[in-house]
Design a protein around this ligand. Structure first.
Ligand SMILES: *Cc1c(COP(=O)(O)O)cnc(C)c1O
Length: 382
């Protein structure tokens, strides 16, 4: 039987300790580019680090254990994982995506994806009818983020899995915002789960990484072939940092989520805040669906200020909270999506989505919640 997720964060799915001759408690960093052969045509199981390395293998097994995946490949960044994922498709293939994807994924699809002949439709995937309306004989995949970035829109993963199955599409879910601690799309029917491990999995705003977790051996083999061929894999030391970060994923997620709910309620009551987007608030339109498919709403909040001046003042006046891109770490960060993460998204598309100059995105960290609120309070003062 599978162990509880807190235990899997620390030990993977293994028998509680790896076989280390010296009984090291922390998995060793195999800082080596290559491995000697034990004979002609014989291998220790490791030949060259681009293909596999024990530290990376340990990390990949851990992430597989957390996501309920058949296999996982670790990449140097989240975007390396996203672009490897799109190598599964070729010229003429059609992909249906959530409209407010991570800005980097939108940019990838609109530049390199387009060059490679991929046809992409960005639709409001919270409305299943819109997905159905776009399916054509060339459609190969649904690409979903839920809750989405930065609008926190919730897409029904059960419904998407059903559509994917009926139409022989791959269901790909970027699970970065909730992490495997709160949501496991493969268990809901997804074929591939993507993570920017830079965020909650690393958890300390100090390491970049990305993951593709696959539901089947067949997909995993294709992904491994792409990783080996294009080479954007994660280095041994970074694999070790990721293993170290993941050990505390469960307690970090619990506390950050607790902080986020308090901050969201405080923001809601503030006269200079006109709207709060957080899937953990009962009035959020996706609250019920998120509750059905996830174990929480995480610690990402977007909110709208009463004016552009207020938004800019908050960014300039925060002291403990850092005005910086990225999310999911111990330090609280505040982002201006219109100028940062989503700057390359075409303006008309941004306006349609609500990514305007009054929208801010907050990644609630592990500081005491009173300090987070106090910092926002002073930053909102005129
Ligand atoms: C950050 C992020 C990415 C890209 O990951 P990097 O590690 O920055 O390359 C992809 N998807 C989502 C949802 C992200 O937040």
């Amino acid at each position: 039987m599978r162990k509880p997720i807190e235990t899997r964060c620390i030990h993977g799915n293994s028998d509680f300790s790896f076989q280390d001759a010296n009984k090291a408690v922390s998995f060793p960093i195999y800082q080596t580019a290559t491995f000697g052969h034990i004979g002609v045509g014989q291998s220790t199981g490791y030949d060259y680090t681009r293909v596999q390395n024990p530290t990376r293998e340990r990390l990949e097994e851990t992430v597989s254990a957390l996501e309920g995946a058949c296999d996982t490949v670790a990449f140097s960044t989240g975007m390396a994982a996203v672009s490897a994922c799109f190598e599964l498709f070729g010229a003429g293939d059609h992909i249906i995506c959530s409209a407010d994807l991570y800005g980097g994924a939108t940019r990838l699809l609109q530049t390199i994806g387009q060059k490679n002949g991929l046809a992409v439709d960005f639709v409001d995937t919270t409305d299943i009818a819109q997905i159905l309306a776009r399916i054509n004989p060339h459609t190969k995949a649904l690409y979903i983020e839920t809750p989405s970035n930065p609008m926190m829109n919730v897409t029904d993963l059960h419904a998407c899995a059903k559509i994917a199955k009926e139409n022989a599409l791959l269901l790909i879910v970027d699970n970065t915002f909730l992490s495997p601690y709160l949501q496991n799309p493969i268990e809901l029917g997804a074929d591939i789960v993507i993570h920017s491990g830079t965020k909650f999995l690393s958890g300390h705003n100090d390491t970049l990484s990305g993951f593709l977790s696959c539901a089947s051996q067949e997909l995993a083999e294709q992904v491994r072939m792409i990783a080996k061929t294009t080479g954007g894999i994660l280095a041994p030391f970074d694999c070790w940092l990721m293993l170290r970060g993941i050990k505390t994923l469960s307690i970090r997620m619990e506390r950050q989520q607790e902080n986020a709910l308090q901050v969201a309620r405080w923001l809601e009551a503030h006269p200079k805040i006109s709207k709060v987007y957080y899937a953990g608030l009962p009035e959020h339109p996706g609250y019920e669906i998120n509750r059905k498919q996830a174990r929480g709403a995480g610690s990402m909040i977007s909110f709208r200020t009463d004016s552009v001046e207020t938004a800019r003042r908050v960014l300039e006046k925060v002291k403990m909270i850092t005005f910086a891109e990225s999310l999911g770490g111990t330090e609280s960060l505040i982002t201006y999506p219109v100028l940062q993460t989503h700057n390359d998204v075409p303006e008309a598309m941004r306006a349609r989505l609500g990514i305007t100059e009054t929208l801010l995105r907050l990644s609630v960290g592990l500081e005491h919640v009173d300090d987070i609120i106090a910092d926002l309070a002073q930053a909102l003062e005129e």
